[in-house]
Design a protein around this ligand. Structure first.
Ligand code: ATP
Ligand code: MG
Length: 426
């Protein structure tokens, strides 16, 4: 599935980059062509303007020699003047000998030209040509023949410019080809980069769903088995089968806790779990939680001590804070053998509040420490199952702390005890 998406993304990325590249190259070429030809075209029309003035001041039949000289003086590039009679006969004039008879009565015929300048290829040379209003009405050649001028072309040699444009086109084509390859490579790279977080998140979700179903299956099959055992002896009283009934209840409670935890994490993944931040007295929340779990500790003959500074105000979601402390304290009591000690410290720092829960319990082996915040991770599955553990507690605790902008870490020594250190912004 990812392969197809990757190919699609690559094609799309490369297509966008290629379109940008082609557009850029085309506009560079177009601008360059316009700039070069604008200069040439100016020299064609500029020459015309100057001669026009001259021919008015002189007689109608201006000598062609004088005309050519003036044009050369006006523009810095040679401009050729060519004349035709009414019946399209080329009139010999200075400059017209540069062109053959075939060219003058073929590709250069004025009837082939419109109002705007046109590029023509003559042999291996390129010319820019413009049809203009004749600047002389009649011309007399050296041998005395007089021609009436009906059409006139001005021409300029643009072979150098065309050569330059051809070189530019080659460079742009080569650059475009290389750019296209780079675009495909870049498209592939970008597609890969874009897919990494999606793939990771999908894998995490899949893992989460499969772990969750697995965790839900166990209590369900236990409930089913015990219910079937109950059905085997319909004549038994509840008291007689209380073992099965209490197991069913216990597993049902476990499932309900599991579903609650799953829901919290699923909502937090979707970013739909909002916090209700308001001023909270942390010391009071700690006292509440310790009080609530005191019974649990007493059953195991564990002493729970809270050493907190008085009145520690923080900005937090009170209910989530309660949940966090319950998770951590519950672990401390659950994983501490009878007669142990659990202590809670809380103190204010300049910009934060530090909360510590310390126990004299079984501890966590170093190889398990890095993974205890993972969902469903339990260092001793069999044992924690007996204790009713789902393995979601610390994952939820971590989410709560991080949503409050804090940090949580655990230090532990096997058979000595565990310290959970939480820092929350004040
Ligand atoms: N104070 C502690 N002492 C020793 N081991 C601990 C302690 N706290 C956590 N652990 C280990 O980390 C694991 C993960 O803890 P977590 O609270 O996430 O799950 P749980 O306690 O098994 O289940 P739940 O909290 O959902 O009932 C535990 O299974 C346990 O092995
Ligand atoms: Mg726990």
């Amino acid at each position: 599935m990812f392969n197809r998406t990757r190919i699609q993304l690559t094609i799309r990325n490369a297509a966008v980059l290629s379109v940008i590249l082609v557009a850029l190259n085309l506009s560079v070429y177009w601008v360059m062509q316009q700039m070069l030809f604008a200069q040439v075209d100016r020299s064609l029309t500029g020459a015309e303007a100057q001669i026009g003035m001259q021919s008015f001041s002189a007689s109608a039949a201006t000598s062609p020699k004088q005309t050519i000289m003036l044009r050369m003086a006006k523009s810095d590039r040679p401009v050729y003047e060519l004349f035709w009679t009414q019946d399209m006969q080329p009139i010999p004039a200075p400059g017209s000998e540069a062109f053959t008879k075939e060219q003058l009565s073929g590709p250069l015929l004025p009837s082939r030209f419109g109002d705007s300048p046109k590029t023509v290829k003559l042999g291996d040379q390129y010319y820019r040509a413009l049809k203009v209003e004749p600047t002389a009405l009649a011309m007399t050649r050296g041998d005395g023949i007089t021609y009436v001028v009906s059409y006139q072309l001005t021409l300029s040699n643009v072979t150098a410019e065309i050569g330059m444009l051809a070189r530019l086109r080659n460079i742009l084509l080569l650059g475009g080809g290389v750019g296209l390859l780079v675009a495909v490579a870049a498209g592939f790279y970008l597609a890969n980069r874009a897919l990494i977080p999606i793939r990771l998140s999908m894998e995490r979700q899949q893992q989460f769903v499969s772990d969750a179903s697995h965790e839900l299956r166990t209590p369900l099959s236990v409930i089913q088995a015990h219910a079937e055992l109950l059905l085997r002896h319909p004549e038994h009283t509840i008291e007689q089968d209380s073992k099965h009934v209490s197991t069913v209840l216990q597993e049902a409670r476990r499932m309900s806790k599991l579903v609650g935890g799953l829901l919290t994490l699923a909502r937090s993944d979707a970013g739909r779990q909002e916090l209700e931040i308001k001023p909270v007295m942390l010391d009071r929340v700690i006292q509440d939680c310790v009080h609530k779990l005191q019974m649990l500790a007493e059953v195991k003959n564990i002493i729970v001590q809270a050493e907190t500074e008085p009145s520690i105000p923080i900005q937090a979601d009170e209910e989530r804070l309660h949940q966090l402390l319950t998770i951590v304290l519950d672990n401390a009591i659950k994983y501490t053998p009878e007669g142990g000690l659990v202590r809670v410290f809380c103190r204010k720092l300049p910009h934060s509040v530090q909360l510590e829960v310390e126990d004299t319990g079984i501890g966590i082996a170093p190889e398990h420490l890095p993974r205890i915040f993972d969902r469903f991770y339990r260092s001793d599955k069999a044992r924690t199952r007996q204790e009713g553990g789902t393995g979601l507690g610390l994952a939820i605790a971590k989410w709560i702390v991080e949503r409050h902008g804090g940090k949580i870490r655990v230090e532990s020594k096997l058979s000595v005890g565990t310290q959970v250190k939480i820092t929350l912004p004040a």
